[in-house]
Ligand binder design. Structure first.
Ligand SMILES: [Zn+2]
Length: 349
């Protein structure tokens, strides 16, 4: 009996350790940094209150790290706001591993909400893991880990810059990073993370920002791109390209006041060409662990990652050319087929 108790205690320590480990450490065990990355920074560089918290997360800078010409375009690809929307995270990993930025600057934040990657709906103190080739990838939760938050959830939640007519959301949405933009300095950790990301976009003078997500199969958001009206024509061009390359027909959604707190609405207010891209995740909304993510018949992982990357390639190119002289951005190394992504997912080294 005593041996069993000792074993249980050891397993508990390991379990807690896995959950609490800093993203600055564990992300490097998941993504193999490629030659296109110039420097790795921390989100806390842009808001020091996050330093040494489970919400700090690595920021990969590709292209020119500093002192570059003001004429070069600055773009960002952000994923993992919802840590269970795994294809967006893997698309960001592809860019970090395989892409090169020969003109302009690209910032990649694969785990925008690192706290969301510390737990899962099935296990409160640790994430689940997906096996891909010879690596394992965290499959986290949609919201920040409640055990890592600074305040308990309120009874209801209103995004920081919502209009007076906004209908309050359930209190747990205070831990939903994609309802907290542009963030607040003195809010809960999720609000501070949103603030830090907005600060990063401002400090880096980012002109184009993509936010990669997934939705459950039955959701109207599946295969959609969402942007403010002023950027919808750019998204429409990208939709045509993605359909040509992948056969997937995206639909466009108009960002509007009721999307207060969402990336595309709030970053767009700052003058950033902001787009949200949604692919389907067949395990959502319950994050059903019995769903085979890799070879699901309706939405296999390679297809979801490939479509995210095709969308990113087109959105970055069209949004950059829309900036005229300020829009010099050249990103190379996107995949040319689903099979190429499939081989990458199954890679062993
Ligand atoms: Zn999402």
């Amino acid at each position: 009996m005593r041996k069993l108790l000792v074993l249980w205690w050891c397993l508990s320590i390991v379990s807690l350790h896995v959950g609490a480990q800093s993203a600055l450490d564990w992300v490097s065990s998941e993504v193999r940094m490629g030659p296109g990355v110039a420097v790795v920074r921390s989100l806390s560089d842009f808001f020091p209150e996050l330093r040494e918290t489970p919400f700090d997360t690595p920021v990969f800078v590709m292209g020119y790290p500093r002192g570059d010409s003001g004429a070069l375009c600055r773009a960002a690809v952000i994923s993992g706001a919802h840590a269970n929307e795994i294809a967006g995270i893997l698309a960001a990993y592809w860019i970090i591993e395989r892409c090169r930025v020969s003109e302009g600057r690209l910032i990649v934040v694969p785990h925008a909400n690192a706290s969301g990657s510390s737990w899962s709906l099935q296990e409160a103190e640790r994430p689940r893991f997906l096996a891909l080739g010879d690596r394992t990838i965290r499959y986290g939760a949609r919201l920040s880990n409640p055990a890592q938050e600074t305040f308990p959830d309120p009874t209801s939640f209103v995004p920081p810059e919502a209009s007076d007519s906004f209908r309050p959301l359930a209190g747990q949405e205070a831990r939903n990073l994609n309802r907290q933009y542009p963030g607040t300095r003195d809010g809960n950790r999720t609000a501070q993370t949103a603030y830090a990301l907005t600060q990063m976009l401002r400090a880096e003078h980012v002109q184009i920002a993509l936010d990669l997500h997934e939705a459950s199969l039955g959701s109207s958001l599946v295969w959609s791109m969402i942007a403010r009206p002023e950027y919808l024509d750019i998204a429409a061009l990208a939709v045509l390209d993605v359909e040509d390359e992948t056969g997937v027909s995206f639909h466009l959604e108009n960002s509007r006041d009721e999307f207060a707190g969402y990336s595309h609405w709030e970053w767009g207010k700052l003058g950033i060409s902001a787009f949200l891209v949604e692919t389907p995740n067949p395990a959502q909304p319950t994050d059903d662990p019995t769903v085979d993510q890799l070879s699901n018949a309706v939405a296999p992982m390679a297809k979801r990652v490939y479509v995210h990357l095709c969308a990113a390639k087109s959105l970055l190119a069209y949004a950059a050319s829309n900036l005229g002289n300020a829009g010099t951005l050249r990103v190379e190394g996107f995949p040319s087929s689903i099979e190429e992504v499939s081989r990458w997912l199954e890679e062993t080294r």
